[in-house]
Design a binder for this molecule. Structure first.
Ligand code: MLC
Ligand code: AMP
Length: 517
């Protein structure tokens, strides 16, 4: 590839776009197809709009909108102007959004048209200069404003370690932190995965993931763009729609819940998957049973890979060679992965410990939190993931648990500390412990074990109604269990392991109590 004028990720991707601008980039079934030429022009219009609104390199552009081609164009435009793209889960409540805007201080916030009135005050308080709206069909103010802009734009020069995006992620303690990802981080991972998974311009990716997280935004989109390939861009996960469009695709990426739900459909037959060359799973553990059942149904061994918001993708099962159920494969080329003793930091061999990662994929740190950043890195540059695992004699990595108190429900992360704090603030609640319980569909479901104040009458529906404004639906407990006492060790610490064991069967098929909500 010829020398590029700068390390701007868009400039790099654009150099790999197909020579024919009419080649399809985004296929939105029942709507329209966006060619590579359309993507370049539309992102230029948006880039010109952002510059006209005073966006300077390094400014944040925050977005909480439904998935659409236009929303993806905003991401590309943000890259082009050297802004920092900040996507937010559409499930976040306005109280949650208030925190993110206050912390990131974006220059622009793009929200759903229906949210505009609610967001006005919140955006104002956070110093947002422009509140703009975008709906699923392009309605709202954004596309109307962009329509009058020029369709050419010279990408702003960026260095490899300039920020391209901030993605918020919570922690075992403390408020959510913005993971700062650079142009270099995203470029290196896109290149590595394109090669490792053998993406070419002939590929068509079936895309049903949300585009506010690493998986759907960076892994799926950047790899497609870096290969000059196409995506069938579905607005959300719907197993029926996946079945309908699978014969047109060559690759699919999903969280384990996608595969569980596909297998639940009798009309998901092997012939539908015959045209696919690669099924990828990640963001949460794929059970060996699902891996096996999928192979039996379709003949395909799902390729499981392992990543994180802070690191992009770290490891992957091989494209050729054995894809081991329950393993997340080998460290990707150029990425070092090691296992250490969580207490001492001593490097372990074959034993289980905490997984650490170093490489060009690893983020620059947490936004405005240097002390938190320092805590999570070793002096030699390895990032401490908080995942527990081991590496076998062949080099395969296995994740066996988490040192961090984290629940992954349907691929979304839920931090128990955040849910506990909201429930414990309610009248009538003495204390509360939030745990993840095995759930066939979601992998893990959120369960709150609550000890009421003596004499207080509290019930599940009341608790859910009371927390609804503060916690996104996916963080809310699926079940609330009332207890007289929470188990504690001699130090007085709540024994979550004991609770997880006690309630492990809560969502087993015979357990017939209704879910919360
Ligand atoms: C939706 N709900 C969830 C949920 N998703 N509850 C718990 N966990 C979830 N993940 C809520 C809905 O609001 C709804 O509430 C109710 O559950 C039933 O919804 P549903 O129709 O069953 O859910 P659905 O819309 O089908 O969504 C499920 C899903 C979705 C699995 C398709 O959650 C999803 O797309 N997950 C992907 C997450 C992802 O992309 N993760 C990548 C992170 S990046 P109500 O009250 O309205 O009925 C990362 C790094 C890496 O981790 O390695 O990739
Ligand atoms: P997030 O913060 O949303 O990026 O979530 C990252 C976390 O998801 C990791 O730290 C792991 O705990 C988990 N994860 C991602 N991929 C896998 C996988 N293939 N198997 C098990 N856990 C995974």
């Amino acid at each position: 590839m010829p020398a590029l004028p700068s390390d701007n990720l868009f400039t790099f991707l654009r150099a790999r776009f197909p020579a024919n601008p009419d080649k399809a980039f985004l296929i939105e079934p029942d709507r329209r197809t966006w060619s590579y030429g359309d993507a370049v022009e539309q992102s230029a219009r948006l880039a010109n709009l952002f510059v006209s609104l005073g966006v300077a390199p390094g400014d944040r552009i925050a977005v909480q909108v439904e998935k659409s081609a236009e929303a993806l164009m905003v991401y590309l435009a943000a890259l082009r102007v050297g802004a920092v793209y900040l996507p937010l889960n559409v499930a976040y409540t306005s109280n949650e959004v208030r925190y993110f805007l206050g912390d990131a201080e974006p220059a622009i916030f793009i929200c759903r048209p229906d949210d505009e009135a609610t967001m006005e005050g919140i955006a104002d308080n956070a110093g947002v200069r422009h509140l703009i709206s975008l709906g699923t069909g392009g309605e709202g103010t954004l596309m109307a404003l962009a329509a009058g802009q020029g369709d050419a734009f010279e990408d702003v020069e960026r260095a490899s370690d300039d920020l391209a995006a901030i993605l918020y992620t919570s922690g075992t303690t403390g408020p959510a932190k913005g993971a700062m990802l650079t142009h270099g981080n995203l470029r290196s991972n896109a290149e590595t995965l394109r090669e490792y998974w053998r993406f070419t311009a002939e590929d068509r990716l079936l895309h049903a993931l949300p585009i506010f997280h690493t998986h759907g935004l960076f892994v799926a989109t950047n790899v497609t763009l870096a290969a000059g390939a196409s995506m069938i861009f579905l607005p959300r996960f719907d197993a029926g729609e996946l079945v309908r469009h699978m014969p047109e695709a060559t690759v699919m990426m999903g969280v384990p819940t996608f595969y569980v739900r596909l297998l639940d459909r009798p009309d998901f037959t092997p012939d539908l998957a015959a045209h696919i060359r690669l099924f990828v799973s990640g963001s949460a553990p794929l059970s060996a049973e699902t891996h096996k059942a999928f192979r039996e149904r379709t003949g395909h061994a799902i390729l499981e890979r392992y990543g994180m918001t802070e690191t992009n993708m770290n490891s992957s099962n091989p494209y050729e060679g054995e894809r081991i159920p329950g393993s997340v494969g080998f460290p990707l080329p150029g990425i070092a992965l090691r296992v250490t003793d969580p207490e001492t930091g001593r490097v372990l061999h074959r034993e289980t410990g905490v997984i650490e990662v170093r490489g060009p994929n690893v983020f620059k740190g947490y936004w405005r939190r240097p002390e938190k950043t320092a805590e999570d890195f070793r002096p030699d540059g390895f990032f401490i993931t908080g995942d527990l695992g081991h590496i076998d004699e062949r080099g395969y990595v296995f994740i066996v648990g988490r040192a961090k108190d984290l629940i992954i429900s349907g691929g979304f992360n839920v931090y128990p500390a955040e849910v506990e704090a909201v429930i414990e603030a309610l009248d009538g609640v003495a204390e509360c412990a939030v745990i993840g319980v095995p759930h066939r569909d979601l992998g893990e479901a959120v369960v709150a074990v609550v000890k009421p104040v003596a004499g207080a009458t509290i019930e599940q529906t009341g608790i859910i109604a009371a927390i609804n404004d503060d916690l996104a639906r996916f963080k809310q407990p699926r079940r609330i269990v009332l207890v007289d006492e929470l188990p504690r060790n001699v130090m007085g610490k709540i024994q979550k392991k004991e609770l997880r064991e006690a309630y492990a069967g809560l969502f087993a098929p015979q357990a017939d109590a209704p879910d919360a909500g």
